[in-house]
Design a protein. Structure first.
Length: 278
């Protein structure tokens, strides 16, 4: 048992190191990772400034729905968390697709290394790489807009639990990559759904009732709301306990479902001989 755990840990770390070296090899990608998280939220911030007017009088309706006039912090909190989780959600499947195209997936899968350990290592790499743009975005937001986020242990816990939930979804997405191969259209569609339904740049109160109901079935909705309440509104554990446990249940369920789905699809494509097809 101990040897199995040690071997799995080595595979996990080796996969993370491999993907980290590949990711950081290209300077333009690194620069883009640092600049994009600053530019993207700024688009919404400037639009909000235009609607609010020079004296901020237009923020009254926003304050009624959110309990705050800090729309800059509201937008950045949602966008930063989204960009972090977006990397975790899509890159595992994207890496599998890249290996299919390079013709290296079958050779990697023929090794005795556990499949899930390889995928978890890829996920760890994305978490490490995503840390830099997150902190760059927060630093610029604080310096340029004067927004101060309270980074508490509870905020860190929300990030961790949200990452587990998204990685469970990432495993399911990776399963579809093995089975259906090309999924670019589905990726863009689901990104749009999450951005609109989960209150990324606007309060959920402005959505129609059916959209608000649907948003409750998405873990990202709880993640964004929890981060805003904890980092901007000064909420404590008692204020967010219910939603935090809901998010934890999502994370546990999605992780189990994602692992089972991947293992089932992996066996199916190996039996059919379509693993390396692209």
């Amino acid at each position: 048992m101990s040897r199995t755990i040690q071997r799995t840990a080595r595979v996990f770390l080796a996969a993370a190191r491999r993907d980290f070296l590949i990711t950081t090899r290209y300077a333009d990608f690194v620069v883009g990772m640092l600049v994009w998280p600053i530019l993207m939220p700024s688009l919404t911030v400037f639009a909000a400034k235009a609607l609010a007017g020079p004296d901020g009088a237009g923020l009254s309706a926003f304050a009624e729905r959110t309990g705050t006039t800090d729309y800059v912090g509201f937008v950045f909190a949602g966008m930063v968390l989204w960009m972090w989780l977006n990397m975790v959600l899509w890159t595992v499947g994207g890496e599998l697709r890249a290996e299919q195209r390079r013709g290296t997936l079958e050779s990697n899968w023929m090794t005795p290394a556990p499949r899930l350990a390889i995928l978890l290592g890829s996920g760890l790499n994305q978490m490490i790489v995503s840390v830099f743009p997150v902190f760059a975005s927060l630093a610029v937001c604080s310096a340029a807009w004067g927004v101060h986020f309270a980074v508490t242990p509870l905020v860190g816990l929300v990030f961790l639990v949200s990452t587990i939930a998204m990685f469970g979804m990432a495993l399911a997405f990776a399963s579809l990559v093995l089975f259906l191969k090309e999924l670019n259209a589905a990726v863009f569609f689901l990104r749009g759904v999450f951005m609109v339904f989960c209150g990324l740049t606007s309060p959920l109160a402005v959505l129609p009732p059916w959209m608000r109901a649907a948003s409750k079935a998405m873990p990202l909705t709880y993640s964004i709301d929890l981060v805003r309440r904890l980092s901007l509104a000064g909420a404590g554990y008692a204020d967010v306990a219910r939603d935090l446990w809901v998010l934890t249940a999502f994370a546990a369920g999605l992780m189990v479902a994602g692992c089972l789905t991947f293992l089932i699809v992996d066996r199916a494509v190996k039996r059919s001989g379509t693993l390396g097809q692209y």
